[in-house]
Write a protein that binds this ligand. Structure first.
Ligand code: ADP
Ligand code: MG
Length: 478
């Protein structure tokens, strides 16, 4: 039977570390790194007699994310104990939400073939992170670092509605974009602040029942999510199309080889014996709290992207680059209050500004919407050529804080369409290339571009090219 008779079904479980300063149930710092076992306290170490106290900010961030994704916010949610034994879990259980999560439903909006597809969510729940076991230092013992234990996480669980590795990739990329934009999570997959497990099954096309799934862990980049899923779809389809059975398994992804291997099968799975944590009262969220968070929400990047294209006529590719970066989005939103040259503004953002930020970092306070708007005004009317402005004016504006036009005047870079001035340059160029002029007159009309380029060079970018080209053509056709 051809393999196309099978179709994949995918569901993602995405863990995002919330950007709170302290942990979910105590005051320890959540800062990444630090000497091992320095961001810990008696609560984290599960000393007898200690009690958890819920971090309100974590709930606030989870609600903010939930509202942005169209979830229902549950006015009462419950913390449960998820019991299992592991050395990096001192309490012997993880505090999570099982029966009633903070958010239910909702969807991740992704773009598939130019259409928005809503990837439905099952839930978003709060839970604490575990510590870290360090096995691979060549020692015959394992070391434990509990700095991360108790860090607040949200787990975003999709329904099994994703139908390809590419869609899964888009989902995770969109979640990363949104959590960063909202300031809910830093989205850093290398440091593990954003983690994803992929559940994959394959079934015969037309079948309504889901196939047996495997869960792939240890996916530390958006790209690896796509690689792992692609590998699993092939493997599972291979099994089914040769009449073999799929066993429900947890599998590990190896980024070096792009393959997965079995970690454990269903029979070895834990029974977590969830029950409500008696140390924690139900989490109550009032209508007023929800509406005040709702009112503080800004439009999401993909909504801004849509508006940039439809309302401000920014090309799609530029809009997408800007909307990938919170700082660029803010510069655009503030910039359009100052200039009407929206497309030039976008060009500045995706070109010189983005390169500058890559080098200097977004905390370089010298980049302001006012400066970028003044550059957009300068180049959009052809006062100065974009390349010249990017190379010479942009650094000066950053350095001195002067307005772009002032710098252009000071450096004598204003373009001219004065025909006397232009003709001087044009004549010099034409006189220096008699053979090319002959070729042109014999019919090689596209040589205009060559002359124009030379005029541009000779004028050091100061020639207004539209005026120059029309004068060049006029002269050559004489
Ligand atoms: P479990 O009980 O094994 O944790 P859940 O029902 O809680 O499974 O689902 C966990 C994740 O796996 C969700 O993202 C869900 O969409 C996905 N999932 C569940 N069943 C399947 C399946 N048969 N194929 C693909 N994904 C699935
Ligand atoms: Mg589950």
């Amino acid at each position: 039977m051809p393999q196309t008779q099978y179709e994949p079904v995918i569901g993602l479980e995405i863990h995002a570390q919330l950007l709170t300063r302290s942990k979910l149930f105590c005051g320890d710092s959540t800062e990444f790194g630090g000497e091992p076992n320095t961001h810990i306290s008696v609560v984290n170490l599960a000393y007898p007699g200690t009690l958890p106290v819920l971090n309100k900010e974590a709930v606030h961030l989870a609600v903010k994310l939930g509202l942005s994704l169209g979830c229902t916010i549950n006015s009462t949610s419950i913390f449960d104990r998820k019991n299992y034994f592991y050395p990096d879990l001192p309490k012997g259980y993880q505090i999570s939400q099982n029966a009633i999560p903070v958010c239910s439903g909702g969807a991740i909006p992704i773009v598939v073939d130019g259409e928005v597809k809503q990837v439905r969510l099952n839930r978003i729940h709060l839970e604490e992170d575990a510590g870290k076991s360090i096995h691979d230092d060549g020692n015959d013992y394992t070391m434990i670092d509990l700095n991360r234990a108790g860090t607040p996480l949200v787990e975003i669980v999709t329904e099994p509605v994703i139908t390809s590795a590419d869609e899964a990739y888009e989902c995770l990329a969109m979640v990363r974009k949104i959590v960063r934009y909202l300031g809910v999570c830093d989205g850093n997959m290398e440091e593990g602040s954003l983690r994803c497990d992929a559940n994959i099954s394959v079934r015969k096309r037309g079948e309504t029942k889901l196939g047996t799934k495997v869960e792939v862990k240890n996916l530390n980049s958006v790209r690896n999510v796509r690689r792992a899923i692609t590998f699993e779809i092939d493997r599972l389809t291979g099994l089914l199309s040769t009449g073999q059975e799929v066993r429900q398994q947890t599998r590990n992804f190896d980024a070096d080889t792009g393959t997965t291997s079995a970690l454990r099968t269903k029979e070895e799975a834990n029974d977590y014996r969830y029950f409500p944590d008696p140390d924690l009262p139900p989490v109550l969220i009032s209508k007023e709290e929800i509406s005040s968070i709702h009112n503080s929400l800004k439009p999401l990047p993909h909504e801004i992207e849509k508006r940039m294209i439809s309302e401000f006529h920014v090309p799609g590719e530029a809009a997408s680059i800007i909307c990938d970066d919170t700082f660029l989005i803010d510069l655009f939103n503030d910039g359009i209050q100052i200039t009407k040259n929206y497309q030039a503004l976008a060009n500045w953002l995706i070109g010189p500004v983005k390169s500058h930020l890559n080098e200097a970092g977004t905390n370089d306070g010298r980049i302001t919407p006012g400066k970028i708007a003044s550059l957009a005004d300068l180049t959009s009317g052809g006062t100065v050529a974009f390349a010249v402005a990017a190379a010479r004016i942009f650094p000066e504006v950053m350095e001195t804080g002067e307005d772009a036009l002032t710098v252009a005047k000071r450096l004598n870079l204003i373009q001219t369409d004065d025909s006397d001035v232009l003709n001087e340059w044009i004549e010099a160029v034409i006189n220096s290339m008699p053979e090319k002029v002959n070729e042109y007159r014999k019919g090689k009309k596209n040589l205009v571009g060559l002359f124009a380029g030379e005029v541009k060079k000779l004028s050091k970018g100061k020639a207004d090219m539209k005026a120059a080209i029309s004068l060049i053509t006029e002269k050559l056709n004489k």
